[in-house]
Design a protein. Structure first.
Length: 149
């Protein structure tokens, strides 16, 4: 890829990242969870959060539901970057494998699409801690429908 093409791809990725950040900032749920978009490109999104005491379960570890939420957000946003503007996507099925317990600190999820059709999309995610250790992997199926309401 030439310099101009590479610069254009970077510019488009920056615009996409900014749009997703703006969208999450406007969402009370995403703000409450504390998730942020790190970077995005078509079909791939990285999100993270600083897991603190409020995210712990009764054993003092990061709650599995938080890891699942982070994975779902990363996968869902990766689908969003792959569908036409204005189309709606919602999770219709998700599975997750918890591979090791999470501890307070930076938690990151990388989501990417596997296939995006007119009505159904498939994505997967990997959730890691600040040392790059894989905490969980997830797969999701998303319904892709008409315009957002």
């Amino acid at each position: 890829m030439g310099d101009y093409a590479a610069q254009e791809v970077r510019r488009l990725d920056e615009v996409l990242t900014a749009e997703l950040r703006e969208r999450l900032a406007a969402s009370p749920f995403h703000s409450w969870v504390g998730v942020a978009v790190v970077e995005a490109s078509p079909g791939e999104v990285v999100v993270d959060l600083e897991a603190g005491p409020q995210h712990r379960n009764l054993q003092g570890l990061i709650h599995g539901g938080l890891l699942a939420t982070l994975a779902d957000i990363a996968m869902g946003l990766s689908v969003r970057t792959s569908v036409e503007p204005g189309r709606r996507h919602v999770t219709i099925e998700m599975s997750i494998r918890f591979l090791r317990p999470g501890k307070p600190g930076k938690i990151q999820a990388k989501g990417h699409t596997l296939r995006v059709g007119r009505e159904v999309a498939f994505a997967e995610a990997e959730v890691t801690d600040e040392n790059g250790r894989v905490l969980a992997t997830a797969q999701g199926t998303y319904s892709v429908t008409g315009s957002e309401g």
